[in-house]
Design a protein around this ligand. Sequence first.
Ligand code: NAD
Length: 556
Amino acid sequence: MSTEKGVVQNIKAPTGTDLQCKGWHQEAALRMLMNNLDPEVAEKPDELIVYGGGGKAARNWESYHKIVETLKRLENDETLLVQSGKPVGVFRTYEEAPRVLIANAHLVPKWANWDEFRRLDKMGLTMYGQMTAGSWIYIGTQGILQGTYETFAECARQKFEGTLQGQLVVTAGLGGMGGAQPLAATMNGASFIGIEVDEGRIDRRVETGYCDIKCTNLDEAIEKALDAKEKGEALSIGLLGNVAEVLPKMLEKDVIPDVLTDQTSAHDLQLGYIPAGMSVEEAAEERELNPEMYQDAALDSMVTHVETMLKMQEKGAVTFDYGNNIRGQVADHRGMEEAFNFPGFVPAFVRPLFCKGSGPFRWAALSGNPNDIYKTDQAVLDTFPEKESLNRWIRKAQDQVQFQGLPSRICWLEYGERAEMGAKFNWLVKKGKVDAPLVIGRDHLDTGSVASPNRETEDMKDGSDAIADWPLLNAMLNTASGASWVSLHHGGGVGIGYSIHAGMVCVADGTEMADERLERVLTNDPGSGVMRHADAGYDEAVRTAKERGVDLPMVE
Ligand code: NAD
């Protein structure tokens, strides 16, 4: 592995049972950090960028190597503090405390905007951690696949009698997370076009089985997609082009999608959205040379893009924002408030799941052995045989998802279910049914750990969208409960100024102490989601709290 800046890195997480660190909790943090930067996993590993525009795992290469060195020497009663991707201190704590605590990209609210962030970033003082990039629990595109699959499935249930078969889904952005859309759409039976400006990204999705074919010509893509729609066939097409140019052309041709969304990295006006008329290379040059002009051009294109989405919505397309803040960008910078005429995906499709403490539970096999994941899959199937959609998901994932980096899995589980699975996974490790410990975490697209008014907390029943006490409480609770590492981020998903959110990871190393830590963390973490939604007045959350015994003093 090279360590020089600008030289291609080739980081791979160690596998197997030989420890490089003094305990499994530190070892897991080390392996997951490295896994985040594995070229099979990360979108731009040379720049330490994992996914989501500029979402990084460490501030710079010097910090990365120092984190690795420090984790290797970290004692079992010490905690490493990481400030925006830089290891800044080691303190004596106690064995059941987290081994790592991470805070990424926080700014005092009055200064919490992209300009100030970029100024400080240029000075080397901060880092954008996105969600799972800077909290070291990204597992590749699979990480969002089930969420996207469930979102499309809920859209199908609400609008198309339960299936997307015979429907055309159109979106843009086939990056780290957006790349899950084609497979999630075809898993739901749809015909799909994903407009992507970077040909390499399309090739990557086709190579890894997330997307069926690439097209470089709009008419050819439309013909193939409409043919598949007509025949009720599932087909995903990665179409090379800029969405701000291609979508208006589709409108001109009166090709109106049945479902319309977007996952370009619109949250980041510099790194995330390529303006119309620019190649990827030209965009890289322009944003360096003329950042203000570049930002203006990106906004012009976003206005065209959102206007077209609104027109298509009027013509019947089921249209929603897919968590990239494109509505917020054109509303805040161009006064285009009508962007909010289409909803965000959380109020439209996901909130009922959040009310039950359901969220994206994920795990990775530190052994590196894919069979370990198949054994955990079986454990999930055996534990919840009655959950039909979960069973279908696990089987589809086994068939259709290629692992990236360490073998891993994700599935949405509710309050109570996550703790039950944690105990089973720890038993698998204890009994030697799997080759090495398992690491269990979650995304920050989650029930109790996020304040994000244009996404997870959009349109809360009690109007509490922007209240950010909840993710702070979640992070403190997970720390007190004994997670292996806990992180608190600013700006993930939707950009600086728009969100505060927390992450946690807990290791199942087969010990009794892990039994206790997992029970606490995997109960309390989703419990905080039930609490947050019950407090906001959602009946489903109040019912869940009552039925499952979540102690909420102010909720009747
Ligand atoms: P990414 O940066 O890896 O990918 C974005 C992709 O969009 C890139 O491939 C880029 O080439 C493409 N793109 C940019 N401008 C374009 C244009 N004008 N036309 C066509 N393609 C263009 O980001 P990601 O990890 O895929 O995340 C995408 C967005 O979705 C981010 O804003 C992220 O915060 C958000 N997100 C949503 C969810 C969710 O569940 N809804 C989860 C994670 C991230």
